[in-house]
Design a protein around this ligand. Structure first.
Ligand code: PGA
Length: 253
């Protein structure tokens, strides 16, 4: 347990983002290893896997009744209807998802998702009874141009503005785009600096206790140093979440 401002922080969150990876047989092996190892994690660490839509039934079956939660990597902001290829929040909720990642940089960049759309998705996820994990983060060009605060500030402000008091019910993940899948992790100090900015914006909105995850090449070898930072409450883990040993080691960190 950790304390912030005299208050005990209940939990740390380690979220695996499988991205577009997996197959029924390898998922089964990975999930079984996670279930076997999760019991040895500290009680205040919550483990979550966010999987491709077709595998939600499989993870529900394998993880139901365990300490590991699951979620989706995206969902539509719209109510069900004529939207070919989209998946509604209510649909993933039916499969027992507790979390939905929204606004991942791979969706912002590859699918043109705007700050406003990300905020609308976060709202829709909450309305469906789940917790949105809202991703923010700057590109390398933006960091080099000293625009990190501007970009991340704009991204979080849009969510704060559109969600009002409900912003206290989200999780935020800071994922510098230049650190995702590149093997280049932000230093603990770089992560902490942005997390402190996010914390202060959220605190102004009455949401100081929102869990702030760091993501971007998190692995067992660097997790402890990142998680030791005051405002880093856990991690959003891509590549390393596909390896049960690595992912569990990150949970222990
Ligand atoms: P990575 O991905 O851990 O493979 O860098 C993190 C993410 O994109 O969520």
């Amino acid at each position: 347990m950790r304390e912030r401002n005299g208050q005990v922080m209940q939990s740390r969150l380690v979220v695996g983002n499988w991205k577009m990876n997996g197959a029924l047989s390898s998922n089964a092996a990975l999930l079984d290893r996670l279930v076997a190892g999760a019991g040895a994690l500290p009680p205040d660490v919550g483990l979550v896997v966010c999987v491709p839509f077709p595998y939600l039934a499989q993870v529900r079956e394998r993880l139901q009744g365990t300490s590991i939660a699951w979620g989706a990597q995206d969902a539509s902001e719209r109510a069900p209807g004529a939207f070919t290829g989209d998946v509604a929040c209510g649909m993933v909720a039916e499969f027992g998802c507790r979390y939905v990642i929204v606004g991942h940089s791979e969706r912002r960049q590859g699918h043109g998702e705007t700050d406003a759309l990300v905020a609308a998705k976060a709202r829709a996820v909450l309305d469906a009874g789940m917790t949105p994990i809202v991703c923010v983060g700057e590109t390398l060009a933006e960091r080099d141009a000293a625009l990190t605060e501007t970009v991340v500030g704009r991204q979080i402000d849009e969510v704060i503005e559109s969600m009002g008091r409900d912003v206290a019910r989200i999780v935020v993940a800071y994922e510098p785009v230049w650190a995702i899948g590149t093997g280049r992790t932000a230093t603990p100090e770089q992560a902490q600096a942005v997390h402190a900015l996010l914390r202060s914006r959220l605190a102004e909105a009455g949401a100081a206790e929102v869990a702030l995850l760091y993501g971007g090449s998190v692995k067992a070898a660097n997790a402890a140093a990142l998680f030791a930072m005051q405002d880093v409450d856990g991690g959003l883990v891509g590549g390393a979440s596909l390896d049960a040993g690595e992912f569990l080691a990150i949970g222990r960190a």
